[in-house]
Design a protein around this ligand. Structure first.
Ligand code: HAM
Length: 418
């Protein structure tokens, strides 16, 4: 048997309504914030992610699905949505569109990671990106949109952690302080940290190795190195969040795993889904558009992992809406009555009613059983006498009550009794 690749998952017919619920909630939140959908390719030129996401990140150094296509180009499956959105913004001249430009996406992403609960090789993100504004109001709006999304799903109990990792100028000071701190410990730290020491010491704070974590705990904190502008920006974001009633904790250790971030960074974290507890992460990336050759356009956004959200909802018994069921099952007894049931079912479908009938030449008893398994709300059996009278007894499955309805009135009956 050919099996599914490691780290990927099928969405089965019985579960897809859960996905649709989450995706619809995402679309509704986006609409309320006047955010339009974008769709960018699943694959991009590898260089986009190398330059965008950053050469020292785990994502770029270890996790990308990169291959050469038949034309000899290096292609990479998108490991995240922001770089592609930024490329789209630049390539389509959207800096000339009314700014800020607000966009959302629901997209598959690919990272070659070690699979575990909440960590897959193919996963899906709902993300929002806002281009063209450095106002702290945009930071608060984006964080509020993420929090509204979680609330709409019925998820409570995630913790919002925020931090500021400053701009280029405060980062220079901070990197110097980090190097001074880490230099005497380098021999005790992992080889990745040693590499990052020269290229991007901030990334060392993100190391997951226990021996490195112990050292990192005592490292200088970025918040002590913010320049006056970055400090004022962060203070304003916090007071806007206070005004919106969004609860948060400042966590000076959040640096995020991608290199493009500047100033505000944030994560919504849960303790109910194991080690991979971050359900949503984001932040400001004021230098990315310039890095990709698109001029000085500040931006901010977030992405939430849909698999992690679904896992969290399952683990904490957050109710989903009822799965969809047929309104009516029309059973037939022989070829003639089955043909009539088929006709009626399809005319109801044309009018938007979820109707079902037999496609398996089953006995009436077996059709009833099937209808019951499908959860049909009503069942009607068309036999010879029904064909003659032109009406049928419609049984309500939840309470067993029966009503005789003319064939031509079934639509109205279902509409009224819905
Ligand atoms: P990220 O933190 O790398 O940020 O990913 C965002 C979310 O995607 C995570 O919080 C998690 O829920 C989900 N996720 C990441 N990797 C996996 C995985 N292997 N399996 C399952 N879920 C995963 C970004 O991707 C940024 N582009 C977010 C952003 C948008 N920042 C600004 N704008």
């Amino acid at each position: 048997m050919i099996t599914i690749p490691k780290g990927t998952k099928d969405v089965l017919p019985a579960d897809s309504y859960k996905w649709q619920f989450v995706e619809n909630a995402a679309r509704e939140v986006a609409a309320a914030f006047n955010i339009r959908e974008i769709r960018t390719p699943v694959f991009e030129h590898t260089e986009l992610f190398q330059r965008g996401v950053g050469e020292t990140t785990d994502v770029v150094t270890k996790e990308m699905y990169t291959f050469e296509d038949k034309g000899g180009r290096s292609i990479t499956l998108k490991p995240e949505g922001t770089a592609g959105a930024a490329r789209m913004f630049i390539e389509n001249g959207l800096a000339n569109a009314p700014l800020p430009l607000k966009a959302f996406y629901i997209t598959p992403c690919y990272r070659y990671e070690r699979p575990q609960a909440g960590r897959l090789r193919e996963f899906h993100q709902f993300g929002i990106e806002v281009f063209g504004t450095s106002a702290p109001e945009a930071d608060a709006e984006v964080i509020f949109a993420a929090s509204s999304f979680l609330k709409k799903l019925g998820i409570n109990g995630t913790r919002l952690e925020i931090n500021s990792i400053g701009c280029k100028s405060c980062r220079a000071e901070y990197n110097k302080a980090l190097k001074d701190y880490f230099r005497p410990h380098l021999s005790e730290m992992c080889s990745t940290c040693n590499e990052r020491f020269d290229k991007n010491p901030l990334r060392m704070i993100d190391c997951k190795e226990e021996k490195c974590k112990a050292i990192t705990a005592g490292a200088p904190k970025i918040l002590d190195y913010l320049c006056p502008d970055c400090r004022a920006h962060f203070e304003r974001v916090k007071s806007l969040l206070d005004g919106l009633g969004v609860e948060y904790a400042v966590n000076p250790d959040i640096v995020r795993g991608l290199d493009y971030y500047t100033r505000t960074v944030f994560e919504f974290v849960s303790t109910s889904i194991g080690a991979q507890g971050t359900v949503c992460g984001g932040g400001r990336y004021d230098g990315l558009i310039a890095e990709l050759g698109g001029g000085n356009v500040p931006a901010i956004g977030f992405a939430a992992g849909l698999e992690r959200l679904l896992l969290l909802m399952d683990n904490t018994s957050v109710p989903f809406p009822e799965p969809p069921v047929p309104e009516i099952y029309l059973a037939g007894m022989d070829d003639e009555t089955r043909a009539r049931a088929f006709e009626i079912a399809n005319s109801l479908r044309s009018r938007g009613i979820a109707a079902e009938c037999d496609l398996m030449s089953r006995s009436v008893k077996a059709q009833f059983k099937y209808a019951d398994k499908l959860g049909a709300k009503y069942v009607a059996v068309i036999g010879g006498s029904e064909l003659e009278s032109g009406s049928v007894n419609i049984k309500k499955m939840s309470d067993g009550t029966v009503k005789a309805v003319a064939f031509g009135d079934i639509y109205e009956f279902l509409e009224e009794n819905n």
